[in-house]
Design a protein around this ligand. Sequence first.
Ligand code: PMP
Length: 426
Amino acid sequence: MGRSEELFEQAVKVLPGGVNSPVRAYRAVGMAPRFITKADGPFIWDEDGEKYIDYVCSWGPMILGHNHPVIREAVERAVKDGLSFGAPTRREVEIARLMTELVPNIEMVRMVNSGTEAVMSAVRLARGATGRDKIIKFEGCYHGHSDCLLVNAGSSALAGGHPSSAGVPEDIVKHTLTAQFNDLSSVEELLNAWPGQIACIIVEPVAANMGVVNPAPGFLEGLRKLCDESGALLIFDEVITGFRLALGGAQEYFGVRADLVTFGKIIGGGMPVGAYCGSRALMEQVAPCGPVYQAGTLSGNPVAMAAGLAQLTYLKEHPQVYDHIAAKAKWLAEGMRQAVAETGAPVVVNQIGSLLSPFFTPTAVTRFVDAKGSDVTMYARYFQGMLERGVALAPAQFEAMFVSEAHGQAQLEATLMAVRATLAAL
Ligand code: PMP
């Protein structure tokens, strides 16, 4: 038994499932999770000293790779001045100014501590601003674990077979309506069924919690139009896509305007951070300016802001990162498709920017039903084979592979070799 297995035995006695977030438990792949001791660049190391090429990248924040010196040093400097003040600091202004400069259509930012909080607060704001209760989300999209969004959710909710949660009253989720990603008519039906009652449509502009599914041409534009016609606000949940698809996120990448945008992951550089953003008119509905209440003891934490500011500043100064990571992900996706063709495995690979994922199904994956058709047992075996060959992937089908600036050609080639060997062995 390895040290990870030993630690996991202890962990399950004191942590539900041995973890502090479900997907980490490796349940979907039927093994004990690796316990990680350190990470650097494209690599992570486990308790047994095994080294892996990492495509989880802390589920997205590590766009520059792990332990990037610029971020680490910014954090080290910040820590020396104290960990938390519960008072405004200069860095909060700097990061908000930077975000409003880089991201289209946002004038103001409210920092919170997670993507969940960001989305929960943005939905509250949409309801407060419109005076409407109902929201539309998409099946298989994940927006964190707040009550009203834990309905037909993706990510680990999906992998665990519980797309909705116990403990969420029917009375609360009756206001959450579910449409189909890439199917505008399913949205129109809901808007027609509840005229003048929809506060917002919330969408992951690239669905990345059912595996990676690109928006069909016209889908996001169609949502914009439906929102304009119905008076609903369009919320882009850019917790994954923000500062990843482009500096300006999905709004810039697809040229579609959102009313409210949520961020997490990359804007914290690896520290716990989220944010919701929008026009001044909307954001000044939030306390202390307006009637929509939202607060946080550790929000805008000085150490977290130092990490986020360092990462976003680096990205602004090195915009070529976006071409690099997209080219690497494309190279990987094409190589994987070739390996699939050689072995005859029934696998399709979706890729956009630095996000990609293989689905164990022979047919194109453009909708949630296609993604759900993936053979998760095959994915589990693929995951195990890749891990044995030194490549750490998300331990569940319905997640993305994240390519970072730190992944070099040597690691990409090693990854493809592992893919070929694993597929051949399946
Ligand atoms: N929205 C999206 C699109 C996400 O992918 C996630 C988490 N993966 C969240 C919201 C929730 O963020 P957090 O886990 O930081 O609460």
